[in-house]
Design a protein. Sequence first.
Length: 222
Amino acid sequence: MTRILIVDDEPQILRALRINLAARHYEVAVAPDGASALRAAVDAAPDLVILDLGLPDLDGVDVIHGLRGWTTIPIIVLSGRAGNQDKIDALDAGADDYVTKPFGIDELLARVRAVTRRTAIQDAELATIQVGDHVIDLTRKTVSGSVRLTPTEWHILELLLRHPGKLISQRQILTEVWGSRFTKETHYLRQYMAQLRRKLERDPGRPRHLITEPGMGYRFTP
């Protein structure tokens, strides 16, 4: 079931969207402000975010920047700001689509379906990735050569593989995998990265694909 996080400070809109999306078999989480939205994005692990720009604590564009620092989940902006510059700022920050209030629920649902279709296509393109002598299938969660990974190893590996060449900070990985309370537990990460290298790299002591950037984070090099 697709999980959607709705971020809006208007209770009527939250209620209407929750009812309409749940009726169409979406799983719904809600957040009334930017800070709780960023926490919910980690805790609820949504597949899509519907985000108002006019929040009481943070500007919605700042929330988009906060999300894009560690995740590529689709973001649909739902806002009363109709100016072109507002749309440009939101899209440049990393939003996938922009719907202006007042809006029709049918149009919003169509945008949700379109964004999730595009995401599914992108996921299919990234489905199989070569790491050393192994082929990783992110869709089926399999590794060639009868290699078995734990759920935590899969979570870390998928985060790296979906951002080839990009440095993913220790904090980002710890937040995504274990939650915001574990951002200083870097020994967790070192242990699991060592396990992944032993399972996937030809020479775990001299990894070619799962690279450590000392003091900063990790990077997948194809």
